[in-house]
Design a binder for this molecule. Structure first.
Ligand code: ATR
Length: 281
């Protein structure tokens, strides 16, 4: 386990330790965002990025030494089995990206909250909305369950169709039937969500969708680096409303802070991450 610290120095008092674990992890913006939040709140806490290769081996150390962690690729699914308890949504999704350690280790999925809260800011009522989700990975799972919980109709498309079909089967058994597209076609949908990593830095010329985006659509991307993906640029050009991946990222972080017992300074967190991303431009 190697450490990259985002430290706040504290002359005295107990320091609570938090971290994001993943592999690779060195490009994560979570330490910058959370460290700024703790500093603004005047909280005695640190937030580091920990590169974890073998989660089962690192788990007991994390539980003993940290008050909470965020979890990212490739550990979001593996950690589920190690925890003492999970909130219902995390259990349903089968992925956890936020853990609160105490006498018991409790797992949450704040990606779901982040995505749905970002979406509802622009489309307050998702009931009966027709949503096309691109992707069939961990992020797509959280978003699809979130949309279904809000009463939306979901269709999915994934580059590897077999994975989309397997996910649709699982979701159909657990919750509600969803359609699978064999070719991505956003026509007729109210909302399009890219839950793939297509278009993420450094492959900024990639896009998960090449065919036309209707002007009356809302298009959301989970990719936040770059701030405006090729997909969002095309959507804007077509006259559609867009939601950047930054919103989901900031809001999943804010929800993690709430779970750990803090009141998140959301605007500041958004500002800090935006500034950091602008440095890459
Ligand atoms: P995450 O947990 O972030 O969702 P993941 O589980 O590895 O990560 O899933 C990545 C998703 O992005 C998958 O749906 C993947 O499609 P495949 O199942 O076909 O691999 C999708 N994806 C990644 N790169 C892509 C690209 N260039 N074009 C389209 N889809 C892509």
């Amino acid at each position: 386990m190697t450490k990259k610290a985002g430290m706040v120095t504290h002359p005295d008092g107990e320091v609570k330790k938090y971290a994001v674990i993943g592999n690779p992890i060195k490009h994560s913006l979570s330490p910058v965002m959370h460290t700024a939040a703790f500093r603004a709140l005047g909280v005695n806490a640190t937030y580091e990025a920990l590169e974890v290769e073998n989660l089962s081996r690192a788990y007991d150390y994390l539980k003993e030494n940290y008050a909470g962690i965020n979890v990212t690729i490739p550990h979001k699914e593996t950690i589920v089995e190690l925890l003492d308890e999970k909130e219902m949504a995390a259990d349903l999704i089968g992925a956890v990206n936020c853990v609160k350690f105490g006498r018991k280790a409790m797992g949450f999925n704040t990606d779901l909250h982040g995505a749905i809260s970002a979406l509802k800011d622009v489309v307050p009522h998702l009931r009966e909305k027709n949503i096309l989700v691109l992707g069939a990975g961990g992020a797509a799972r959280a978003i699809i369950f979130g949309c279904l919980m809000e009463g939306a109709n979901v269709t999915i498309y994934n580059r590897t169709v077999r994975k989309a079909e397997a996910l649709a089967k699982e979701i159909g058994e657990k919750m509600k039937d969803i359609e699978v597209q064999r070719r991505p076609d956003p026509v007729g949908f109210d909302i399009l969500i890219n839950a793939t990593s297509a278009g993420m830095y450094p492959k900024v010329d990639e896009t998960p969708l090449t065919s036309g985006i209707p002007s009356n659509m809302v298009v959301m991307d989970i990719v936040y680096n770059p701030l405006e993906t090729r997909l969002l640029r095309k959507a804007k050009e077509a006259g559609a409303r867009t939601i950047s991946g930054l919103e989901m990222f900031v809001r999943q972080g804010a929800e993690s802070l709430r779970i750990w017992g803090y009141d998140p300074p959301v605007s500041l967190m958004r500002e800090v991450v935006t500034k950091e991303l602008m440095k890459n431009d």
